[in-house]
Design a protein around this ligand. Structure first.
Ligand code: 13P
Ligand code: SF4
Length: 319
C-alpha cells in the first residue's frame, strides 16, 4: 500500500513536470482511471479518448489502454508526444486483421465502402473510407445504407452482425473477434437472468449474438455506464470487460452489478472477462515511462495522414 501511494505521488509530480495528460480507458486498472480523472485527464470510451487527446493542449499524452488507442492519438495529433506504459498492449481484433490480407480483401470488393472499427492498426485505417467506434458505428452505417452504399466491414464479426441486423445494410463481414467478449455465453446468461428477474442486462456489442439478443441496452463502454446510472433498476448484469465495474460502482452507488457468465472454467482463460492487454497498464510502468520518456508511439507519417481521413470522417459525423 505504501508503495502504491508513493507511485501515485510520483506520477502526479511527473505529469506536471512533463506537462503531460493521462488518457485512460474504462478497462484499465482502477488506480489509473482515478488518477486520470483526478489530474485533469480523462477516463472514457475509445471515441472520447480520441477526441479528448486531439483537443487537449498538453504536448504529451500518456495513453493507458491498448496500442490502437495510442496510434489513434498520434494520428490525430502528429505533433504531440504519445507515450504508453507498455507498447506490446495489443488487441485480438487488431492482431486478427493484418494489413496485407485486409488490403487484398478490400481490393476484391471495390464497389463497397470500407468501414473499419477503431480496434485496428494505422495501416488498416489508412486503407478504409471510414473508421468507427462502438458508440457510433450503428449511426454511421445507417447513414451510409440510406445513401445506398454497400459496406465492407472489419474486423469484429459480432459488432458487424449486430449493426447489419439493426440497419438492414448490405455488409460483407471480416471474421474477427474480441477474445474477451467472445467468451460471454448466451445459455448461461439466460439462466442467470432467471435468478435475477428484475436485473437489466447491459451488453457491449462485441459479444456474440445470443448474448446481445438478451440485452436491455447494447452500447459502448460510456453508453453502458450511462445506462447503469439512468435506468430505474437496482441490479444489472454486465457483459463487457470487468474493468468497467469500477466506474459503474462509482457512478451509480447503491446499485448492484453482476458479471455476465463466461466459460470461466475453460483452459483458454483464467479471468475471461478481463482483457490481458489492458491489464498490461500499471502504476509502475506508467511512472517509468513518464520518468524516462520511453515507449513513444510512432506512426509512419504518410500512413498516419491517410488514416486520419477515416477518423476525421467519424469525428465530423459525431460533431
Ligand atoms: P469502447 O469504444 O466501447 O470503449 O470499446 C472499445 C474497446 O473494445 C476497448 O477494448
Ligand atoms: Fe481488444 Fe477485446 Fe481487449 Fe478491447 S477488450 S482491447 S476489443 S481484446
Amino acid at each position: 500500500a505504501a508503495e502504491k501511494v508513493e507511485l501515485k505521488d510520483r506520477i502526479r509530480r511527473l505529469l506536471k513536470e512533463r506537462n503531460a495528460v493521462l488518457v485512460a480507458h474504462y478497462y484499465v486498472d482502477a488506480d489509473l482511471q482515478d488518477l486520470a480523472e483526478e489530474t485533469g485527464g480523462c477516463v472514457s470510451d475509445s471515441l472520447e479518448m480520441a477526441r479528448f487527446g486531439r483537443d487537449h493542449p498538453a504536448q504529451t499524452l500518456v495513453v493507458a489502454g491498448v496500442r490502437f488507442m495510442g496510434e489513434s492519438a498520434k494520428i490525430l495529433s502528429p505533433e504531440k508526444t504519445i507515450l504508453m506504459p507498455d507498447l506490446d498492449a495489443t488487441c485480438s481484433l487488431d492482431l486478427g486483421c493484418p494489413i496485407d490480407e485486409f488490403a487484398a480483401f478490400a481490393d476484391q470488393h471495390p464497389d463497397r465502402t470500407v468501414v473499419v472499427y477503431a480496434n485496428t492498426s494505422a495501416a488498416v485505417k489508412a486503407r478504409a473510407d471510414w473508421m468507427v467506434t462502438s458508440s457510433i458505428g450503428l449511426d454511421i452505417v445507417k447513414h451510409l445504407h440510406e445513401q445506398g452504399k454497400k459496406i465492407l466491414w472489419a474486423p469484429d464479426r459480432h459488432l458487424g452482425a449486430y449493426i447489419q441486423k439493426q440497419t438492414g445494410a448490405d455488409m460483407l463481414l471480416w471474421q474477427g473477434s474480441c477474445l474477451v467478449h467472445d467468451e460471454f455465453k448466451g445459455v448461461e446468461l439466460d439462466l442467470l437472468k432467471a435468478e435475477y428477474p428484475d436485473a437489466k442486462v447491459l451488453v457491449h456489442p462485441e459479444s456474440p449474438a445470443g448474448v446481445v439478443a438478451q440485452a436491455d441496452v447494447v452500447g459502448s463502454t460510456t453508453q453502458l455506464i450511462n445506462a447503469a446510472v439512468n435506468l430505474p433498476a437496482t441490479t444489472f448484469i454486465v457483459a463487457t470487460d470487468n474493468g468497467i465495474l469500477h466506474k459503474m460502482r462509482q457512478a451509480a452507488p447503491g446499485k448492484h452489478f453482476i458479471e455476465a457468465p463466461t466459460a470461466g472454467n475453460s483452459a483458454t482463460c483464467k479471468s475471461c472477462a478481463h482483457c490481458p492487454w489492458m491489464a498490461m497498464n500499471g502504476l509502475k510502468n506508467l511512472a517509468e515511462v513518464l520518468e524516462s520518456g520511453a515507449n513513444e508511439v510512432h506512426v509512419d507519417p504518410e500512413i498516419g495522414r491517410q488514416a486520419k481521413r477515416a477518423i476525421d470522417r467519424m469525428l465530423d459525423f459525431a460533431a
